[in-house]
Design a protein around this ligand. Structure first.
Ligand code: SAM
Length: 377
């Protein structure tokens, strides 16, 4: 083999990746860089993985270590997300083009940014939600000490694989349990840090309840309209609050996956019963990511898509459809009007970027704000 793999050890490759991420500005904490340089990523990955399929219209393409060892190695130590499970592992023979990725080794630059945001110190009790391969869990273990780390993975097969990978790489004192991380993990609470590597639309209050005073919760956040944004929350007096700080994208927590109902609700009968109004031109409405993010916070459970020349919005019991001439709205909510109002509010507020928004999670639920916790969005 004349591959990179035959010339390079795992530790050399890990050091190469850590330097690259540092040079590119993803690492703000020297300890994170040093720890990343100690993680031999190839020892955590399965022999078959899936990468973005650039040759097709979206979807994923399988990559087998036995067939393409050099590409597999490059994927293991490249700054790319590596999908490790499709469709909850139901049937790997399915066409990956149509499958949904359900587990992965996260993008290394994101792993680095999340670790820096978590400000992990030796001795901090830390819970990771969704450890999957164990790569991030071993990084956390490097930073806080093995005996202080618990990972909770909902998929029993992945949890088992994760335990085996950690044992094989020497992280024998890290605990991995199978369970629903939305409930936290009470036997080891309270935590100084809770790091979720699955994204949430609703931050579970259990995480707040299981955090120490002053503890931090780091979680990718998304709405049904917009899949970007990490929050870093600090826990005080039974409430967690903090701002959105990074644009990033993750798989959703299993219990928070949401499918749109547009196809079900968009029937001939509904079409006959729509409220219609004319417009002069198709509004740009959700084409700006910051507008989309802000509107998404206001419109939980509302999905967006394209059909033919038009665009649609759909909630559980309503939809809107528009092209460049007409807007059609059906159901108890006027979704087009609601989205337009949300975008107009965002424009009036000076078109704030995602990082000016924040989130407070209390026992009574979560609320969003702009700049200050009292300035509710
Ligand atoms: C993007 S992967 C995590 C990547 C991982 N940290 C790594 O570096 O390999 C998301 C994982 O979250 C898990 N997951 C989803 N919902 C969960 C839940 N409610 N509790 C625990 N794990 C969950 C999935 O099974 C999946 O393995």
């Amino acid at each position: 083999m004349t591959s990179t793999q035959s010339r390079e050890s795992g530790l050399a490759a890990a050091a190469r990746l850590a330097s690259l991420l540092d040079e590119q500005g993803y690492i703000t904490d020297l300890r994170v860089r040093e720890a990343m340089a100690r993680i031999e990523r190839h020892r955590y990955l399965p022999d078959r993985v899936w990468l973005d399929d650039d040759s097709a219209d979206g979807g994923y393409a399988p990559l087998d270590r036995a067939c393409e060892p050099e590409r597999w190695w490059e994927a293991a130590y490249g700054n790319v997300p590596v999908v490790t499970q499709l469709d909850d592992g139901r049937d790997e023979r399915l066409d990956p083009h149509w499958a949904t990725p359900t587990s992965s080794a996260s993008l290394p630059s994101t792993v680095a940014q999340m670790a820096c945001a978590a400000a992990l110190e030796v001795g901090m009790e830390t819970l990771e939600i969704g450890p999957a391969t164990g790569i991030n869990l071993s990084l956390i273990a490097e930073l806080v000490g093995q005996e202080h780390v618990v990972g909770i993975e909902i998929d029993a097969g992945l949890a088992e694989r994760c335990r085996a990978a950690l044992a094989a790489t020497g992280y024998t004192n890290v605990t991995v349990v199978t369970g629903d991380g939305e409930l936290g993990y009470t036997p080891r609470a309270k935590y100084h840090r809770i790091v979720s590597t699955a994204s949430a639309m609703t931050i579970p209050y259990a995480w707040v309840a299981q955090s120490h005073e002053g503890g931090r919760i780091i979680c990718p956040f998304q709405t049904t309209l917009c899949s970007q944004g990490m929050v870093a929350l600090t826990v005080r007096d039974g409430t967690a609050a903090g701002q959105f700080c990074l644009p990033l994208r993750f798989m959703l927590l299993r219990g928070q996956r949401a499918r749109h109902r547009f196809d079900e609700l968009f029937t001939d009968d509904a079409w006959e019963a729509t409220r219609v109004h004319r417009i002069d031109a198709a509004p740009a409405l959700l084409s700006d990511w910051d507008a989309r993010f802000a509107a998404g916070l206001r419109l939980p459970g509302v999905h967006h898509g394209q059909r033919g020349e038009g665009q649609w919005l759909a909630s559980e019991n309503a939809w809107a459809y528009w092209d460049d001439r007409h807007v059609y709205q059906w159901g108890p909510q006027a979704l087009f009007d609601a989205a337009r109002e949300a975008v107009e509010s965002w424009e009036k507020a000076g078109k704030p970027e995602m990082t000016r928004y924040g989130l407070t999670v209390a026992d009574s639920g979560q609320r969003f704000w702009l700049d200050e916790p009292d300035n509710l969005w």
